[in-house]
Design a protein around this ligand. Structure first.
Ligand code: MG
Length: 162
């Protein structure tokens, strides 16, 4: 078994689409980035890469690559999932926390979980997704940024200690 952890944060700006876990969230502001700046997809991709010691998404998907300009980040996540599988590993479960002051995400969490399960190729019951505010502290609490953390467990097909 291998565990991986990922974190991502992006600035929020008016007029940008807010995309979280591949789902467009109705919002006055969205994340700024080279791609669609989906902090959930980015944190999950880093967690998967970390679990197999494969580096980070900055190495896999450089900002300088026009291919990922305004890209749907679930495509980037799918590339990582495919790379994990090709190395003989299977995703056991994933757990995500989104940090966002507003809007409230309650109504969209089911759709986000379903989308992540689809991209990860696992049952929705193996995807945890929580959303919380930052209690008005700091950049996230002021509505200037959105962030996500992710943890994944992989079965790498090796015996314990192997
Ligand atoms: Mg990012």
């Amino acid at each position: 078994m291998r565990i991986g952890h990922g974190f991502d944060i992006h600035a929020l700006a008016p007029g940008r689409k807010l995309i979280l876990a591949g789902v467009e969230v109705p919002s006055e502001a969205g994340c700024v980035g080279h791609s669609d700046a989906d902090v959930v997809a980015h944190a999950l991709a880093d967690a998967l890469l970390g679990a197999l010691s494969l580096g980070d998404i900055g190495e896999w998907f450089p900002d300088s690559d026009p291919q990922w300009k305004d890209a749907d980040s679930t495509r980037l996540l799918a590339v990582v999932v495919d790379a994990i599988r090709k190395r003989g590993a299977a995703i056991v479960n994933a757990d995500v926390t989104i940090y966002l002051e507003k809007p409230k995400l309650g109504a969209l969490k089911g759709e986000m979980r379903a989308r992540l399960a689809q991209v990860l190729g696992i049952d929705g019951l193996r995807v945890g997704l929580k959303a919380r505010t930052f209690e008005r502290f700091g950049a996230i609490g002021n509505g200037e940024a959105a962030a996500a953390t992710a943890v994944v467990l992989l079965d790498d097909g090796q015996e314990a200690g192997g």
